[in-house]
Ligand binder design. Structure first.
Ligand SMILES: Cc1ncc(COP(=O)(O)O)c(C=O)c1O
Length: 368
């Protein structure tokens, strides 16, 4: 096979940037943007430049405090995206074996491939509550495995992995000297049962996350890696080849966010709690959809029992001004992903239109 790093791209991200926008956009996995005007920050609090080398000290300290981790275990990165890239780059060499969950966020695969990893997969199945199967992982892990990659909460299903299972996966990885990357970008959306990061569970767990998705703060790109001090030291140094330093004004905004976190968290929790009820009522009303109960998170991933998901998505875009994410981007083409972080009135009308779309394609293909 001809392999060129220069030609790697992410079909999913291209789709998300060019085809997801719609009046009723249920494709987005994040909570709708937090307005700058509601942050207690004045122009005088911002500055364009500052002593930000391996982290801007006031932010490094506030972030470590926010995460309940020592400062030498935290790397500030540009979103979970760059955190994932750095975390993989410091744990994997070209040719190394990397085990990645399926379904997953497509960028986790393309990033590992870009870094030259030999990617193999393990399944997270709906009939198992979308949990990884430890026995399958035991069969898959090899002496040359360097990294096992998971998302928790899971994108696309929002399934949550219990700490005990994460610990077992970490100790399995440890038997071959591998690390476990846990992408926790959606974890805080499990509000009811205050989540703690998997970074506490084992020394070979590397966590990535950000404030982007659950809090509607994508614009300030505050992400991070949590890992053992050696992983963290290497990630800081490697970042000198990429971003070098973040935009300082964004660091200052992030500091203001962390100092005023309560209302930001409350807003996200309120919105998701109301929207989850709408989603569950919708899912329960549809016999044509197979789904697991939606308990937490910002996205759901039902299976369309009979009709074509591609036909549904085309119909929704053409006739209903509505988008959801086709399951092909998650390698499960009979599923589709619904995001519930949008304003409630958008979700409510979007679900209504999704229902009309489902009825319409069932009627045309006689699947009703
Ligand atoms: C699992 C997962 N990780 C990372 C990201 C990217 O996050 P960020 O916007 O913080 O870069 C996403 C975005 O959808 C995601 O779903």
């Amino acid at each position: 096979m001809n392999f060129s790093k220069r030609l790697i791209e992410s079909p999913y991200m291209h789709w998300a940037k060019t085809l997801q926008a719609a009046r009723f956009n249920l494709g987005n996995s994040g909570v709708s943007p937090y307005p700058l005007r509601e942050l207690p920050v004045r122009l005088e609090d911002l500055e364009l430049s500052g002593p930000s080398f391996y982290g801007w000290p006031p932010l490094q300290s506030a972030l470590a405090h926010h995460l309940g981790m020592p400062e030498d275990q935290v790397v500030h990165a540009c979103g979970t995206s760059m955190a994932n890239h750095l975390a993989m780059a410091v744990t994997v060499d070209p040719g190394d074996d990397v085990l990645i969950e399926r379904p997953t966020y497509e960028l986790l695969i393309s990033t590992a491939e870009y870094l030259g990893a030999r990617v193999r997969r393990f399944e997270r199945r709906p009939e198992n509550g979308w949990l990884p199967d430890l026995d399958e992982l035991k069969r898959q892990v090899r002496p040359e495995t360097r990294l096992i990659v998971l998302s928790n909460l899971h994108n696309p299903s929002s399934g949550r992995i219990p700490d005990a299972l994460l610990r077992e996966i970490a100790s399995l990885a440890d038997t071959v000297g591998a690390s476990v990357l846990v992408d926790e970008v959606y974890l805080d959306a499990a509000f009811e049962d205050t989540p703690t990061t998997a970074a506490h569970l084992a020394d070979n767990i590397v966590v990535t996350s950000s404030l982007t998705k659950v809090y509607g703060l994508s614009g300030i790109r505050c992400g991070w890696i949590i890992g053992n001090p050696e992983v963290v030291r290497r990630a800081w140094r490697l970042n000198n080849l990429f971003g070098v330093i973040p935009a300082h004004a964004a660091e200052r905004l992030t500091l203001a966010v962390l100092a005023n976190f309560g209302p930001i968290r409350d807003r996200a929790q309120r919105l998701l709690t109301i929207n989850r009820k709408l989603l569950n009522a919708f899912l329960q009303s549809r016999k044509d959809l197979q789904h697991t109960p939606h308990l937490h998170g910002t996205v759901a991933f039902p299976r369309l029992r009979r009709s074509s998901v591609e036909a549904l998505c085309d119909h929704l875009r053409k006739y209903q001004e509505t988008t959801v994410v086709p399951g092909r981007f998650f390698e499960l083409p009979n599923h589709f992903r619904i995001g519930i972080g949008c304003p409630t009135e958008i979700l409510s009308e979007g679900l209504n239109r999704l229902g009309q779309g489902l009825d319409a394609i069932a009627a045309t293909d006689g699947a009703g």
